[in-house]
Write a protein that binds this ligand. Structure first.
Ligand SMILES: [Mg+2]
Length: 167
C-alpha cells in the first residue's frame, strides 16, 4: 500500500547520519507541522535545532516542503536558515521534484521526513523516494488533520503488525 510506513522514528532526532549513510541518502525534504515542531508553532525545540545542526554538519541537504501558507512557513524556515517551499500540495510530488533539483541530488539520494501518511508518506511514494515517518509531535489543532489521523490509524498499525519497530 502506498501509505503504509516503511520507516517510523520516534521523532526526527532519531534519524541519524549513520542511518542515512547506510541508505545512500544525501538530502532530506522536511515537513514542519508535527514534524519539526508542534502544529502551527514558530518555536523550534532545542533538540530539533541540535538535530538540524548535526544533519548540516554531516553534509545532508535540507529543504522544508510544507503545505502551509507562506506566512506560516517563511518565518520558521528563515529563522532556521533553510530553503523552503510552501503550499506544496503534498501528496502531489511536484514540490519534492523542485526541492530535489535545488539540492542537486539524484532522486535515490533523497528522502521525505514527515508525520502524515496521506500527505508526506504518499508524496514520497508517488515520487519514488523513501518516506521517513515520525510520530506526530504535539497536538493537532486542525479539524481536518484530526480526521485524517483517524483514517491513518490502521495504516500505522499495519507497520507494527508486520513487525515494524519505532526507530
Ligand atoms: Mg505535518
Amino acid at each position: 500500500m502506498l501509505i503504509t510506513p516503511e520507516y517510523v522514528f520516534k521523532d526526527v532526532t532519531h534519524i541519524t547520519p549513520e542511518f542515512l549513510a547506510g541508505k545512500g541518502i544525501r538530502a532530506l525534504v522536511l515537513d514542519i507541522d508535527n514534524t519539526l515542531t508542534a502544529d502551527r508553532s514558530q518555536e523550534l525545540p532545542d533538540e530539533v535545532a541540535g538535530w538540524l545542526a548535526q544533519m548540516k554538519e554531516a553534509g545532508i541537504g535540507l529543504t522544508i516542503v510544507s503545505n502551509g501558507a507562506e506566512k506560516r512557513v517563511r518565518p520558521f524556515a528563515e529563522k532556521l536558515g533553510l530553503a523552503y517551499l510552501y503550499r506544496s500540495a503534498k501528496p502531489l510530488p511536484f514540490a519534492l521534484m523542485a526541492a530535489r533539483r535545488r539540492m542537486g541530488v539524484k532522486r535515490k539520494q533523497m528522502a521525505m521526513v514527515g508525520d502524515q501518511l496521506y500527505a508526506d508518506r504518499m508524496a514520497a511514494a508517488l515520487y519514488g523516494i523513501p518516506g521517513l515517518m515520525v510520530i506526530p509531535r504535539g497536538p493537532d489543532l486542525g479539524a481536518q488533520v484530526v480526521l485524517k489521523r483517524k483514517w491513518e490509524k490502521r495504516h500505522w498499525q499495519k507497520y507494527y503488525d508486520r513487525g515494524g519497530k519505532t526507530l
